[in-house]
Design a binder for this molecule. Structure first.
Ligand code: GLN
Length: 492
């Protein structure tokens, strides 16, 4: 079979269970594609063929024995932020280029228990700070739709790997948009769950009160399968919530779009940064949802102006604290021939971290320092609460809030946006993390350069099933999620 990479997760599961193809064949198929095509896309930082084939053989044996789990034998790529035992876990940084994790992140443990096959680790912005994946120590990943463009970030490797059919689905993480924005730039579906739904244990921390793992795939259905694996309480993560997990696949048709109340924030749509091509696709998607019976209404989200300043205080503040553990002593990069302990710290951190990470450590340390703490950090926390309340008020009236996922489609590689312009691109995504809400990206068309555009739907707490269900139904009557970049059509 030459077209195994065209099958959905459900089709892969059925094919494996019915013995139409083995996990070894499927895994080899993907490994071959990676070998042939990834030289152009550069989505993988580390490919793990031996691990993959041994997991594939174990899955094949379980399937033969009749005791396999539903997803046994299906390949998966992990963002290189999830610790994987015995495999390098770099977080896209020179600091961790030599770090072989001694343990698995809970998400990785769960994926293994589900019988999924690890193809490897995919690229990302250094320590998940960025929107293009260009800040990675391993170089820029390319957007499969046009190799001159970025795949978005920080989960750019996850998005590019799936969009080029170099993995059927992938894990990602989202601190301020890092699942939704790359999914948007690469024409994929990606879900950022409610804070606390997916364990953060073994997920290298950027900003702990905002970080959340989630699935990235072609369709809502494919995401639902991976979400069933990833979600759940974990005693090893005290912020993961003890709450029953939905069966996201079983719930794919549980929400009716008919009668659904969808709010559009006026502030988002009047945003001067909003690109015309993106706006057009967004308006068409709204029309489609209306045809499906949704009621669309515009309303005010007063706190919109505060999103970027609030996020870009809180996230760097937490990052500066989290990243203090990388000091050249316990693990990670250590400079050559340090003269004393201060020299060791200084040079290890100056040489091991890239410029964007250093910038954020400086901003965060400043915001947390005595004398500025109340004026910046505490104030940002207060504003954060107001942003959350703004959303909760909106959910008294609406089931979902809709917006584009990003104000533009993908940027050109090397466009060298200044940091502030780059930060402004996060306008539609960061508030969701500040409030801890779930949100999803769905592909809704292409702008004038033929680059994908994404719709963001934000739900109330624990509405993952509803978000996946609404997008699933949208995907039953549209075909944007089935479109493939030319490079994905290439055979290995
Ligand atoms: N682009 C945002 C940032 O740079 C979000 C990144 C993320 O979600 N990890 O912080």
């Amino acid at each position: 079979m030459t077209n195994l990479h065209r099958l959905s997760i459900r089709e892969l599961s059925e094919g494996l269970q019915q013995g139409k193809f083995s996990s070894r064949e499927l895994t080899q198929h993907y490994l071959k594609r990676i070998e042939k095509i990834d030289a152009q896309v550069k989505s993988y930082v580390t490919v793990t063929p031996e691990l993959a084939l041994s997991q594939a053989d174990a899955a094949d044996a379980a399937i033969k024995a009749g005791n396999a789990t539903a997803l046994a034998g299906i390949p998966l790529a992990h963002k290189d932020i999830f610790c994987t035992q015995g495999v390098r876990t770099s977080a896209g940084s020179k600091m961790l280029d030599n770090f072989i994790s001694p343990y698995d992140a809970t998400v990785v443990t769960k994926a293994k228990a589900a019988g999924l096959v690890t193809l490897g680790k995919v690229n990302m912005d250094e320590f998940a700070m960025g929107s293009t994946s260009e800040s990675s120590y391993y170089g820029a990943t390319k957007n499969p739709w046009n190799l001159d463009y970025v795949p978005g970030g920080s989960s750019g490797g996850s998005a590019a790997a799936v969009a080029a059919d170099l993995a059927p689905f992938a894990t990602g993480t989202d601190t301020g948009g890092s699942i939704r924005q790359p999914a948007s730039f690469c024409g994929l579906t990606g879900l950022k769950p409610t804070y606390g739904r997916v364990s953060r244990f073994g997920m290298i921390a950027y900003a702990s009160s905002l970080d959340q793992g989630g699935p990235m795939a072609r369709s809502a259905e494919d995401c639902a399968y991976l979400m069933n694996v990833m979600a759940g309480h974990d005693a090893k993560d005290s912020t993961s919530v003890e709450k029953e997990v939905d069966d996201y696949v079983a719930n794919l048709n549980a929400t009716s779009v008919n009668g659904l109340r969808i709010g559009i924030p006026n502030q988002y749509i009047s945003d001067v940064c909003l690109d015309v091509g993106v706006r057009n696709c967004f308006m068409q998607a709204l029309t489609k949802l209306q045809e499906m019976g949704a009621e669309v209404e515009y309303f005010d989200l007063e706190m919109t102006e505060a999103y970027i300043p609030t996020y870009y205080l809180i996230a760097p503040a937490e990052a500066s604290s989290n990243l203090s553990r990388f000091d050249g002593v316990r693990y990670g990069y250590r400079c050559e021939n340090p003269t004393d302990i201060l020299d060791l710290y200084k040079r290890s951190r100056s040489e091991g971290f890239g410029p964007e990470v250093q910038r954020r450590i400086l901003i965060g340390t400043y915001a947390l320092s005595a004398g500025y703490y109340d004026a910046y950090y505490v104030k940002a926390q207060k504003v954060r609460r107001l942003i959350q309340q703004d959303f909760l008020k909106a959910f008294e009236k609406f089931d979902l809030i809709a917006s584009p996922s990003a104000p533009s489609a993908a940027y050109r590689i090397g466009e060298e946006l200044d940091p502030v312009s780059m930060y402004l691109g996060d306008i539609y995504t960061v508030a969701v993390n500040l409030a801890g809400l779930p949100a999803i990206n769905a592909p809704i068309g292409f702008e004038e350069r033929n680059l994908p555009v994404g719709l963001q739907l934000i739900g109330n707490y624990w509405s993952e099933s509803q978000l996946l269900s609404v997008v699933h139904q949208y995907q039953q009557v549209t075909d944007w999620h089935t479109k493939r970049a030319a490079i994905a059509e290439e055979n290995a």
